[in-house]
Design a protein around this ligand. Structure first.
Ligand SMILES: [Zn+2]
Length: 266
């Protein structure tokens, strides 16, 4: 059974400050990246114990150097590299399940830790009128290839967001915000598990999640799609309007209609 893991950095235990821990030049970036890789490895151990035979991970935190340290990667996990920001490369119908590792809630998620939707300059996104963040977009992307999302680890806001879309999904909560943030760059107080405890919870939950394969439907939003993005300032609206098919809704908001394959405007 092949599984595909989409990884991010903001939902990792011990991560609270975007600028200092998630930016490539942040002073604690390398530490959080190591912790993210060890969380992925714990997920891999759980998935293997649950029957996975091949595991592929994709680093969704951004282009090289991303949010994972290849040197620490579990020997039974393969890593997609060099795909830039071009989505989870290679995720196709040959995979039995998709796992989300190190995830965060959408922008303005209540008590979300480093909550955001794709980028700091995005205030909100909608598909067909429903608010959507990276969790929903990734579940839908996998679902459109017939692959069900069975597992998520991250903060409590991320777990709640995933369960609202896929009620059966297995969730490993490794931290929780104690207040709601105004912006991605303004850290809020949060309570985190110790990294070692987080990895234990992830391992156990990932093993359980393997049991959902064959018993859970892929999550899928039916086309046609209308994608809507609200930006934090007008300069991003102007930039988005240069892309083909994008239309203005108001000073901060744009829309893009697509008949079949969902296209994001960011
Ligand atoms: Zn990220």
């Amino acid at each position: 059974m092949k599984i595909y893991v989409i990884c991010d950095l903001e939902g990792v235990a011990g991560g609270v400050d975007h600028k200092r821990q998630c930016w490539f030049n942040g002073e604690y970036y390398h530490q959080l990246r190591r912790l993210a890789t060890l969380e992925l490895n714990a997920l891999v151990e759980g998935a293997l114990a649950g029957g996975a035979t091949e595991i592929v991970a994709w680093d969704g935190h951004g282009p090289f150097p991303g949010g994972l340290d290849v040197e620490l990667l579990h020997p039974e996990c393969q890593l997609v590299m060099g795909a830039g920001g071009g989505g989870p490369a290679g995720l196709d119908e040959s995979f039995a399940a998709m796992f989300l590792c190190g995830f965060h809630g959408m922008a303005s998620a209540p008590r979300g830790v480093m909550a955001h939707s794709f980028a700091a300059h995005v205030e909100a996104c909608w598909i067909n009128g429903e608010l959507i963040g990276e969790i929903g977009a990734n579940l839908n992307l996998a679902g459109s290839r017939g692959v069900p999302g069975v597992f998520i680890c991250g903060d409590r806001a991320a777990a709640d967001e995933a369960r609202a879309l896929v009620p059966q999904i297995e969730t490993a909560v490794v931290k929780q915000g104690l207040a709601s943030a105004r912006t991605l760059l303004a850290p809020v107080p949060m309570l985190t598990l110790a990294p070692e405890k987080a990895r234990q919870v992830i391992r156990e939950t990932a093993e359980r999640a393997m049991g959902l394969i064959g018993r859970i439907e892929p999550y899928r939003i039916e086309p046609p799609f209308v994608w809507r993005t609200k930006f934090v300032s007008e300069k991003y609206t102007e930039h988005a309007l240069e892309q083909p098919g994008v239309t203005r809704v108001d000073a901060l908001t744009v829309e893009l209609a697509s008949a079949d394959e969902l296209r994001l405007v960011l």
